[in-house]
Design a protein around this ligand. Structure first.
Ligand SMILES: NC(=O)c1ccc[n+]([C@@H]2O[C@H](COP(=O)([O-])OP(=O)(O)OC[C@H]3O[C@@H](n4cnc5c(N)ncnc54)[C@H](OP(=O)(O)O)[C@@H]3O)[C@@H](O)[C@H]2O)c1
Length: 323
């Protein structure tokens, strides 16, 4: 099969398309013929080993000390079941599915093996492969932070820093879906998009500091990493929560203690996507209440271009690779 392979950490150019053996599903696994996958900030981090502050050593240990352990990147995909390993009962050949492979990665290839009991679900009718792939990474991240640990409530005021990125567009829409009033922080050029997704107000980060307004928000979501506890604390209401989607290790260690003393919470961690999350997001997308945002599409042969765009840190929504 054709796959985007990388054998050393580095710039987008370390990735190249190669012919490699098609994986075979073992017991409990499903082989998916990938139709669409996304290149995400996670692919950029694992490929470059540019980890948030303090996580560099963890990155190398987790992904391969002397070079990448998994040679094919990509963790969000949609496609069709090609074959099932022994004991798989929930899926059959030809099923249209969307999936998240986590640290196993492997989605930037014509075929990818996914554990049937893992983060994989059947796609509802009315959803395209590209849209399905595009809702996985941002959607599952936003669900975990907003619903599971942030416990967002209807009527709360939520600020999303980095509102036009892949996670940001999902945070804006899901916060609205859960009944919150949303303020998005993004560059001026993306303001219209973010308002169209449900933000009542947009702050242009080049002209205004959202943190200058006192006790304004119940939840601040930081997807950029420049709105840690020190900057955000005064903009949080009493009992407010800072959701640190991106934070360095020092901030993640200290913020929970200092925030609790201040009657607020700083919450960080890694999203834990589930199959139920995928079903929830896909159904929401079909109902029209959640719009997968795709800014650019690439063929597998142009995967390096896709990585370059993701590396810029200014992509809008998702970057999709078609297979
Ligand atoms: N903890 C977890 O489980 C988890 C899960 C997923 C992602 N993440 C992390 O979250 C981060 C964001 O991921 P992503 O997929 O959303 O990235 P992304 O798609 O690249 O989006 C980044 C966004 O940041 C915005 N931005 C850049 N500079 C900014 C500034 N100074 N102020 C406000 N916004 C700014 C950009 O908007 P403009 O183009 O308008 O400048 C862009 O839309 C990544 O570092 C990723 O590793 C963590």
């Amino acid at each position: 099969m054709k796959a985007a392979v990388y054998r050393k950490y580095g710039a987008p150019e370390v990735v190249g398309v190669e012919d490699i053996p098609t994986p075979q599903p073992k017991a409990g696994e499903v082989l998916v013929r990938v139709r669409a996958a996304t290149v995400t900030a996670a692919d950029w981090r694992v490929r470059s080993l540019l980890m948030p502050r303090g996580f560099g050593a963890f990155g190398r240990l987790a992904f391969g000390l002397f070079g990448p352990r998994k040679k094919v990147l990509g963790m969000a995909l949609a496609g069709e079941v090609e074959a099932c390993g022994a004991g798989v009962t929930g899926f059959a050949m030809g099923d249209r599915v969307l999936a998240e492979t986590g640290a196993k990665m492997g989605a930037h290839a014509e075929f990818c093996v996914v554990r049937a009991s893992g983060t994989i679900a059947k796609m509802p009718d009315g959803l395209s492969f590209e849209d399905a792939a595009a809702l996985v990474f941002g959607g599952t991240t936003a669900l975990y932070f907003l619903r599971d640990i942030g416990k967002v409530q209807a009527g709360e005021r939520v600020l999303v820093n980095g509102a036009s990125g892949e996670t940001g567009v999902a945070f804006v829409q899901l916060a609205r879906h859960f009944g919150a009033d949303v303020v998005g922080v993004c560059s001026a050029g993306n303001a219209e998009l973010v308002q169209g997704l449900g933000a009542a107000h947009v702050v242009d980060y080049a002209r205004e500091d959202f943190a200058a307004s006192a006790e304004a928000y119940d939840i601040i979501v930081d997807t950029v990493g420049n709105a840690g506890w020190a900057r955000s604390k005064d903009a949080l209401k009493d009992q407010g929560r800072l959701l640190q989607v991106l934070a360095g290790l020092p901030d993640m260690m200290i913020a929970p203690f200092v925030s609790r003393r201040a009657g607020r919470k700083a919450l960080a961690g890694a999203a834990k996507p589930t199959a139920a999350d995928l079903v929830f997001l896909a159904d929401l997308a079909v109902s029209g209440a959640f719009k997968p945002v795709i800014s650019q599409r690439f063929e597998l042969k142009d995967i390096v271009e896709a990585h370059r765009l993701v590396d810029s840190g200014h992509k809008v929504g998702s970057v999709v690779v078609r297979l």
